[in-house]
Design a protein around this ligand. Structure first.
Ligand code: ACM
Length: 681
């Protein structure tokens, strides 16, 4: 039986945070924590016990890629359960875990790779079948997610799963241009992607702020445009191989003709003006760009793409195309003369000409082109893929006109929206105006992690676990929209990802708080930070005017977007309000929580006295304690004591004032507190 919410809350020790993790511990099939949810799942009776005597048989096709994937899964299962793994994999069909794969799949994983699998678990055994090795990998991750504690051991509940993705293109973009990310960061994010069945790593490799991949033909690209922070060709190949082993395609992006300042530092002749140029430290849209009117520009790109094609085997190549205002072009007599001679009415038409030329070059090197939605102009050849970032509309416009597209606009992680907001945005929403035939042009979507305001320490906490919720949107059926259940499973998947992929999205906060406070004694500070989240990229930029040289070591860099406190506090208050006087467990939990804020405030204040960086967040600390008092007062009044005249009005006004961000920090509990105060008569 599932424990009641109140029973769960009574044992929770971390305010708000433990609610979902505790509910997920139950072993009934209703407590499955699969993410993404499979296309078809039926539960059966009984369970399979995961013990040291589990034998593994690969009965049909077998190769190194499959064997490695199996070993990685077994190792993770060993760590999760403490059950020693079998070191021998046989070919016998009498094994308790049978893995039956038809064949290797594409030599280079394609957009049409068959990722489907079936997985059946009964008390007597487990059978996984897939047409391809990638399908088997998807099934193995599901198998891992099925394992749960039961009594003193671990079981997999009996299930029958037939699973296949809803969308073929399920990506994560990481911008390594504005802030470089070391190889290890990329690898652990690839592991996390594989855990939730994402299959495209879109690697944004060049920006105004940095050119990040070695070119042997054009060594000044990294030599002068990277601050020494770039991937060697060997490292890039290693990452491509690492991704392929996990069933992930790598799409490199070389953004052009804009966002190219770092190219121009070493090769100013690519632009229309002689320069000199330097790496841009400011963010935002730059005036300078490649010169589309010179044949030498295309010669350069041709050779460069040819070199990159030896590193990146995927048939798709991203060539950016975003945010090129044409300012530099308009000022240059030679460019404007060219436009006149070619009858280009504006710089958009000049950029379309550029896109067409580059598309031809990509084709010459065996590549199809992906670009941001700016490239969708009247004369664009229809084999280009449109990545929609300025709004969802360009995706349907593209599909209507016969272009394949991928959706990213709702999945900009630097917008710091909740997992809920990200999750509910659908590449093909229920009210779509696209015909079924047009819907087929929507390939899927990509979560985007832009790099302006993050570094190698904070990046994981900006990506995970929210990207896992979107991974479910891309994989699972469209009617999978239960937000409470998504958060229940996400809280478990978040722990799995950190344990298995070694991401730092949870541990980062503690490490950053210790550094800020200069002590290990951060319980009070953590109580404070647990109800704070960073403002959006735009809000922070407006406040701080961040650039590449802004150091990212404030409280805003420590706290996580959409931490558990936001959704859990809403649930807890809703639970209390079902029976404000009767629900003593929820009242006790809320009382403890509000009191903990009041108690933590003076301790954090003393730490701020010692830490100038932490002290910058002091305005939020004052509000923190008063939120605790508002909460305690509301509980008292909900329990029968009459609220003084005007109390409610003032409390609601104070909450609205606290809702406004200060020092780039936003409270996560204002909605829950509002609901609580609003219920007071
Ligand atoms: C973009 O965000 N400029 C694609």
């Amino acid at each position: 039986m599932k424990p009641s919410l109140a029973a769960v809350l009574a044992v929770a020790t971390v305010p708000f945070a433990a609610l979902h993790a505790a509910t997920a511990q139950t072993s009934s099939a209703s407590a499955l924590t699969l993410m993404p949810v499979p296309a078809h799942l039926t539960t059966g009776a009984g369970a399979f016990s995961w013990t040291p005597s589990v034998t593994i048989g690969v009965t049909h096709f077998r190769n190194q890629r499959l064997d490695d994937a199996i070993q990685r899964s077994l190792l993770r299962l060993e760590r999760a359960t403490g059950v020693p793994r079998q070191r021998t994999v046989t070919t016998t069909a009498a094994s308790s875990l049978v893995i039956d794969v038809d064949g290797p799949g594409d030599a280079i994983q394609s957009i049409d790779e068959d990722e489907s699998y079936t997985l059946s678990v009964s008390a007597s055994g487990i059978k996984l079948h897939a047409a391809t090795v990638v399908g088997a990998m998807r099934g193995l991750t599901t198998l891992e997610q099925l394992v749960q504690a039961s009594g003193n051991g671990f079981i997999l509940p009996a299930v029958d799963i037939q699973d296949t993705p809803r969308f073929r293109w399920r990506g994560l973009m990481i911008d390594t241009g504005r802030h470089f990310e070391p190889v290890e960061v990329i690898k652990r994010n690839l592991d996390a992607m594989a855990a939730v069945k994402l299959n495209v790593f879109h690697w944004h490799l060049s920006e105004d702020q940095g050119f990040r991949i070695e070119s042997k033909i054009y060594p000044k690209l990294t030599g002068m445009g990277s601050d020494g922070l770039f991937y060697t060709q060997e490292q890039a190949k290693e990452i491509v191989a690492y991704a392929a082993e996990r069933g992930i395609r790598v799409i490199p992006e070389f953004d052009m003709p804009g966002h190219t300042k770092a190219w121009l530092v070493g090769y100013p002749e690519l632009s229309s003006d002689p320069g000199p140029y330097s790496i841009r430290r400011e963010f935002g849209v730059d005036d300078d760009a490649m010169d589309p009117t010179k044949e030498s520009t295309y010669k350069f790109i041709d050779a460069f793409l040819g070199e990159m094609a030896t590193i990146f085997p995927d048939p798709y190549l991203h060539l950016g195309g975003d945010e090129t205002p044409g300012t530099q072009w308009k000022k240059n007599a030679h460019v404007t003369a060219y436009m006149k001679a070619h009858n280009f009415k504006n710089t958009e038409e000049l950029q379309t000409y550029f896109s067409q030329r580059v598309l031809e070059l990509a084709k010459k090197h065996g590549k199809h082109l992906v670009g941001w939605d700016e490239i969708l102009t009247p004369n664009l050849p229809t084999d280009a893929i449109i990545q929609s970032w300025r709004g969802v509309k360009s995706l349907s416009v593209a599909a209507t006109r016969g272009y394949q597209g991928i959706l990213s606009a709702p999945y900009y992680l630097d917008g710091m929206k909740s997992a809920e907001d990200n999750y509910l945005a659908d590449p093909i929403p229920a009210d779509t105006t696209l015909t079924p035939a047009q819907q087929k042009f929507v390939l899927g979507g990509e979560v985007c992690m832009w790099g302006e305001q993050l570094n190698e320490l904070s990046i994981d906490s900006r990506i995970w676990p929210r990207a896992a919720a979107v991974a479910e949107r891309f994989w699972s059926s469209a009617d999978q929209r239960n937000v409470d259940d998504m958060y229940r499973r996400l809280s478990v998947e978040s722990l799995r990802i950190e344990a298995d992929a070694h991401t730092t999205h949870l541990t980062h906060e503690g490490a950053a708080l210790r550094e800020l406070a200069g002590t290990e004694d951060i319980d009070a500070l953590r109580t404070f930070s647990s109800i704070l989240q960073p403002v959006s990229f735009g809000e922070r930029y407006h406040f701080q005017h961040t650039s590449q040289i802004t150091s990212l070591d404030l409280l805003v860099d420590a706290v996580r977007p959409d931490p558990p406190s936001r959704h859990n506090s809403i649930l807890l208050v809703a639970d209390l309000l079902k029976s404000p006087k009767g629900n003593s467990a929820a009242r006790a939990q809320l009382t403890r929580t509000f009191q903990s804020w009041i108690d933590a405030a003076p301790i954090v204040s003393a730490q701020m006295d010692q830490s100038p960086l932490l002290a910058q967040a002091r305005p939020r600390l004052t509000a923190f304690a008063s939120l605790g008092h508002i909460g305690l007062d509301a509980l008292t009044y909900l329990n029968g004591k009459k609220a003084p005249a005007g109390w409610k009005q003032k409390a609601l006004a104070d909450l609205e004032a606290a809702r406004k961000p200060e020092m780039m920090l936003r409270f996560t509990v204002i909605d829950a507190l509002h609901n609580l105060v609003d219920a007071v008569q």
